[in-house]
Write a protein that binds this ligand. Structure first.
Ligand code: COA
Length: 285
């Protein structure tokens, strides 16, 4: 079958959402895991959001007169975040995924993106192999953690909603830890009222765009991250991503009755710096 790839348009969201649900659910069931997206609607709504977002590039693969899959590139910040990529289960393993990856990587090259990153579900050997063949390096593994909100506070660590006055401090903290900011995402989360900061000894020592799978956090220390996690109202599922290399934080989450949904890997191409501080990635990176 001839496969073509084109830019996604708003009318694609329902079919792309259905395929995204089926692709992840089929794979999860095969491995005995719960689905990442519990319903078609839970997959389709994020896909609609992605397609309609002016700073997220989406592509759709077509063949035999129907949509076969989709892929996205989040271009809101300096580093681009890739995914979710999904291919109709009836067409998987026939290089449609490779074509969808090539399309967004060509876009990143055209825009001279300094780096592209993604989060890959560790139990999926096929995506791991495909990304590695395309030049992505594994940089770390993370546990998606979910459970009841902890509702705990720490003396000396004040957590509050971030405002636009905090934006510069959040971006500077991200540069200190990662070597680059995530200004596009931070600005959007602040505008949506979803970003939180933690203040300690009179300065901003951590921020989060939300303690969920779709949000990232950066902090000076694990104490700052604990304060942000302790104050979060809802983690959702699959939950927020804790670096397995950060054993102290991972164990603290476990001892606070949080559970592991699954383990994912972060893979990167282009520039990458080992983080110099505490952090938790989003599903993008
Ligand atoms: C991941 C996904 C998008 C890949 O798309 P696809 O069309 O099935 O994959 P492709 O056929 O393009 O590529 C698979 C590649 O991995 C290789 N591969 C597959 N299984 C492998 C294994 N166990 N070991 C080594 N290589 C493997 C294939 O040979 C192929 O490489 P090639 O292109 O060099 O021949 C698709 O399988 C999917 O939708 N999965 C469910 C959703 C999902 O997991 N998304 C990604 C989240 S991280």
């Amino acid at each position: 079958m001839d496969v073509t790839v084109r830019e996604a348009v708003p009318d694609d969201w329902q079919e792309c959402g259905r395929i995204c649900y089926e692709a992840f659910a089929t794979l999860a069931a095969r491995h005995g895991f719960p689905p990442d997206f519990p319903t078609v609607a839970a997959a389709a709504e994020p896909i609609r959001w992605l397609i309609n977002h002016p700073r997220i590039y989406g592509v759709v693969a077509e063949g035999g007169g129907r949509i076969l899959g989709s892929n996205f590139l989040d271009e809101r910040s300096f580093i681009s975040g890739l995914g979710p990529i999904s291919v109709d289960p009836t067409t998987q393993d026939h290089r449609v995924g490779r074509a969808l990856m090539a399309a967004v990587l060509a876009r990143a090259a055209e825009r001279r993106a300094p780096g592209v990153r993604l989060i890959q579900i560790a139990y999926h050997n096929r995506s791991l192999s495909l990304y590695a063949k395309l030049g992505f390096d594994v940089r770390g593994s993370f546990a998606a953690m979910y459970g009841k909100p902890l509702g705990i506070t720490f003396p000396g660590y004040e957590v509050r909603v971030a405002t636009s006055a905090d934006e510069a401090a959040c971006n500077a903290l991200c540069v200190r830890v990662h070597g680059h900011d995530r200004a596009g995402e931070v600005g959007e989360a602040i505008a949506d009222g979803k970003a939180m900061v933690v203040e300690h000894l009179g300065g901003i020592t951590g921020y989060t765009t939300g303690i969920t799978y779709f949000s990232h956090s950066v902090a000076e220390t694990n104490d700052d991250l604990r304060a942000l996690i302790g104050a979060a109202a809802d983690f959702g599922t699959p939950g927020f991503l804790v670096p397995l290399a950060n054993t102290e934080l991972f164990r603290w989450c476990l001892f606070n009755d949080l559970r592991v949904f699954f383990v994912v890997n972060m893979m990167t191409t282009g520039i990458y710096q080992v983080p110099a501080g505490a952090f938790m990635p989003s599903v993008g990176y």
